[in-house]
Design a protein around this ligand. Structure first.
Ligand SMILES: Nc1ncnc2c1ncn2[C@@H]1O[C@H](COP(=O)(O)OP(=O)(O)OP(=O)(O)O)[C@@H](O)[C@H]1O
Length: 278
C-alpha cells in the first residue's frame, strides 16, 4: 500500500516553549480509515495540523504524498489534504451555501464548468442542493457541519481529516455525518478522524493511533488497541461498552458468582471474603 502521510521523529514546540509533540513516527497509507485518539492536550490536533502545513515541525520530518511538507506550498497541500475543523463556524465565511462550496475549486484555478459540476455533485451528496442559495448561518448545526465537509470535498482531496466529526450534533446528525465519511472512504478517500469517542472508533475506524503526552503510545486495529490495558491506561481511555461486554462474557461464564458490572469493569471484582456484602 502506498504511504500517503509519514512523520519521522516529529517534534513540535509552540512559541511559549510547550512541547506538544515529542518524537512521533507515524505512517498512513492510501485508503486507510484511521482514528487518532487521546485525552485533551495529548497532541492529536497538533499532529494533524502538520499534515496540511498549518504547523511546521520544530524537529523531524513530515511527508505528504512522498514529498517533504516544507517543500510544498499550501495550495499544493490543499489538493491532497482536506481539513475539517472541529467547529464548522470557524470555517464558513461565504454569503451563500453554493459560494462556500465553490470557493475551494475556484482557488485552485479550475474552470467554471468544472467548478459548477463539483459544486452540484457535492451539494447533492450532503443533501444541501435545495438550500444552495441560503445564507450558511441559517442552516442548523448538523447542516453547517456537512457544509464545512462539502467545501473541503469540493477540492477532491486524497485525504480527509475531520476533527471531532460528531461534536455538537445530535444522534441522527452524528450518524449522517459518519455515513458520509464512510461513503467517502469506500470511494477511496483516506480518512483521518480525530476523536474522543470510542464508540465511533469501534464502529468506523479500521486503525487507531493513540496519543498521550505528545507521544504515540498505541497503534493497531481498534480490537487490538482496546485490549491493551497499559495503552488504554496511559491514554486515560476506556474501551467502548460493547467491547467490554464481549471481553467480559467469557469471564462471566467461567465465574458464575461474578456480576456483569464486575465483569465489564464497572466496579472492582469482589474479594472472596466480601461476597454478598454490597
Ligand atoms: N497555540 C498553542 N500555543 C501553546 N500551546 C498550545 C497551543 N495549541 C495547543 N497547545 C498545547 O499543546 C498540547 C497539545 O494540544 P493539542 O490541541 O494538540 O491536543 P489535543 O489532543 O488535540 O487536545 P483536544 O482534544 O483538547 O483538542 C496541549 O498541552 C495544549 O495546551
Amino acid at each position: 500500500m502506498t504511504v500517503i502521510l509519514r512523520t519521522s521523529g516529529l517534534v513540535h514546540r509552540y512559541p511559549d516553549g510547550r512541547e506538544a509533540l515529542s518524537g512521533v513516527d507515524v505512517e498512513i497509507h492510501q485508503g486507510e480509515f484511521v482514528a487518532i485518539v487521546g485525552q485533551n492536550g495529548s497532541g492529536k490536533t497538533t499532529l494533524a495540523k502538520h499534515f496540511n502545513g498549518l504547523l511546521r515541525a520544530t524537529a523531524g520530518t513530515v511527508e505528504v504524498a512522498g514529498e517533504l511538507v516544507r517543500r510544498q506550498s499550501t495550495v499544493e497541500l490543499a489538493r491532497v489534504i482536506g481539513y475539517c475543523y472541529q467547529n464548522p463556524d470557524h470555517q464558513i465565511f461565504a454569503p451563500t451555501v453554493r459560494d462556500e462550496v465553490r470557493f475551494g475549486p475556484a482557488h485552485l484555478g479550475l474552470d467554471e464548468t468544472e467548478i459548477d459540476r463539483r459544486t452540484e455533485q457535492i451539494l447533492a451528496l450532503v443533501d444541501l442542493l435545495d438550500r444552495q442559495d441560503e445564507y450558511p448561518f441559517n442552516l442548523g448545526r448538523g447542516e453547517r457541519q456537512k457544509l464545512a465537509v462539502a467545501s473541503v470535498l469540493a477540492i477532491e482531496p486524497s485525504v480527509l481529516i475531520v476533527d471531532e466529526p460528531t461534536t455538537g450534533l445530535d444522534w441522527r446528525g452524528g450518524e449522517a455525518m459518519m455515513g458520509l465519511v464512510d461513503e467517502l472512504n469506500r470511494r477511496s478517500t483516506t480518512v483521518i478522524v480525530i476523536t474522543h469517542d470510542m464508540n465511533l472508533v469501534a464502529e468506523h475506524a479500521r486503525r487507531v493511533v493513540v496519543m498521550a503526552g505528545g507521544r504515540k503510545v498505541g497503534d493497531g486495529t481498534p480490537q487490538d488497541v482496546f485490549a491493551q490495558e497499559e495503552v488504554m491506561r496511559l491514554a486515560h481511555l476506556r474501551p467502548p461498552q460493547a467491547f467490554r461486554i464481549s471481553q467480559a462474557l467469557p469471564r462471566l461464564f467461567a465465574s458464575p458468582t461474578m456480576s456483569a458490572r464486575e465483569a465489564t469493569g464497572h466496579l472492582p471484582a469482589r474479594m472472596p471474603g466480601q461476597l454478598g456484602k454490597r
